[in-house]
Write a protein that binds this ligand. Structure first.
Ligand SMILES: Cc1cc2nc3c(=O)[nH]c(=O)nc-3n(C[C@H](O)[C@H](O)[C@H](O)COP(=O)(O)OP(=O)(O)OC[C@H]3O[C@@H](n4cnc5c(N)ncnc54)[C@H](O)[C@@H]3O)c2cc1C
Length: 387
């Protein structure tokens, strides 16, 4: 007998997608978000076909297609010389091969599209300015007067709900830091291609650039080694932090090094990973998205995995299994896929950040791989159907 109502902690990608996914099965949701408004936090996101397929099923994709960009390819380019190394076709190719689009957009655009679908669904109620920290099972009925057979922790990498789940995973600093900024189209150099996602590769560092319609320019992310300032998500970079970043790009092509040096208001994101551990307590609590398995952005899959999780959890909970078994089934079907995506991210990290002779070997191997064959390597990831 499926449950009638769930509580969801957090209104990020995971929480909002979960609300729509539960509502699709007739299950009502109260979503509790600590922020008093869903403001424009973050920067660009790549939404790959495995996630856009879910968003299409939930009726959200149309709102995104009107505003996002579908890049023609994901290009790998040497950061030392700007020489193209290889590419994976996207654009129309992605729609045909993986039967769903590949798009790039601002995180706030995706959040707003999900939010507006949630607001229009009579089964979903969003409670802003409502942090839920300890004793969720005790505090939630005091807020809404309702009890919840299931509480979903979609509260991100610093999840509070995680503490109430025995043997749950822990966040670890990856020793890598992402630096993000945007540049206006009018200030963009001509070598930044507006029709593709470009990953510039260099020793122990890489830079990803892609167009963002919402800012009328480009989203730039540079990843290098760094120290963590603690539980901050989107902090302004200090002069010292910026100097540390730039020093790691001194052997790069001058044009990229200059672009980084001139970046206005870059933000500083320490990259935390949430290691393996239990995602549910066998009774009434479960973690999804970054709360369960935050990962490095080397495969650009964190939000996409959060979206898949949310959809598959709702399918399981609405199915025929008793709740405890549904939670176990959810965890076991997701852990294998998350491990594979993480492994892909580690592989990308190894390839992107290769140094010395490994770098030359990488460039030769990549130049021998036709675009179609690189795309075939991603069929398991982008062609995934969570149904
Ligand atoms: C540099 C970088 C680049 C990235 N690029 C990509 C990409 O291209 N593609 C991709 O798929 N992913 C990407 N990601 C990953 C992606 O941003 C995250 O995986 C995704 O946003 C996680 O979504 P979430 O909903 O699980 O968590 P969050 O987005 O962190 O949402 C958690 C929500 O919970 C709320 N909350 C927290 N605590 C509480 C509480 N106690 N009570 C109530 N509310 C609470 C928060 O305010 C927030 O709204 C990138 C990440 C980084 C750092």
């Amino acid at each position: 007998m499926p449950i009638e109502r769930v509580a969801i902690i957090g209104a990020g990608m995971a929480g909002l997608t979960a609300a729509l996914s539960f509502a699709r099965h007739g299950i009502a949701c109260d979503i509790f978000e600590e922020a008093d408004a869903l403001v424009e936090v973050g920067a660009g996101l790549q939404v790959s076909p495995n996630a856009s397929r879910v968003l299409s099923t939930l009726g959200v994709l149309g709102r995104l297609e009107a505003v996002w960009t579908e890049p023609e390819r994901i290009a790998l380019v040497s950061g030392m010389s700007l020489r193209p190394l290889a590419h994976v076709p996207a654009g129309r190719f992605a729609r045909e091969r993986w039967r769903a689009p590949y798009g790039v957009l601002h995180r706030a655009t995706l959040q707003k599209a999900l939010l507006s679908a949630v607001e229009q669904d009579p089964l979903c109620t969003l409670h802003l300015d409502t942090p839920v920290r300890e004793d969720a099972q005790g505090s939630l009925p005091r807020i809404t007067g309702k009890t919840y057979p299931l509480i979903v922790g979609a509260d991100g990498v610093w999840s509070s709900l995680r503490a109430s789940i025995p043997h749950s995973p822990k966040p670890d600093f990856s020793r890598n830091v992402a630096w993000r900024f945007t540049i206006d189209q009018s200030a963009a150099p001509s070598w930044l291609a507006a029709n593709q996602v470009t990953a510039f590769l260099g020793p122990s560092t890489h830079v990803v650039a892609y167009p963002l319609k919402e800012v009328g320019g480009f989203n730039i992310v540079a990843i290098a080694s760094g120290i963590s300032p603690g539980e901050t998500w989107d902090a302004e970079a200090s002069e010292a932090q910026r100097a540390m970043l730039l020093s790691q790009f001194h052997r790069w092509d001058r044009r990229i090094a200059d672009l980084l040096a001139k970046a206005e208001r870059p933000t500083f994101w320490p990259l935390y990973e949430v290691s393996t551990g239990r995602w549910h307590n066998g009774r009434d609590r479960v973690l999804i998205g970054d709360a369960a398995h935050a990962m490095m952005p080397f495969a650009a899959q964190g939000a996409s995995m959060a979206i898949e999780d949310a959809f598959m959890l709702a399918n399981r909970v609405a199915g025929s299994l008793p709740l405890a078994q549904a939670l176990s089934a959810f965890e076991s079907e997701r852990t294998g896929r998350i491990a594979r995506v993480r492994a892909r991210g580690l592989f990308n990290r190894f390839a992107y950040h290769a140094r010395g002779p490994l770098r030359f070997g990488r460039d030769i191997v990549l130049s021998l791989r036709p675009p179609q064959s690189l795309a075939a390597d991603l069929d398991w990831l982008y062609g995934f159907r969570p149904e």
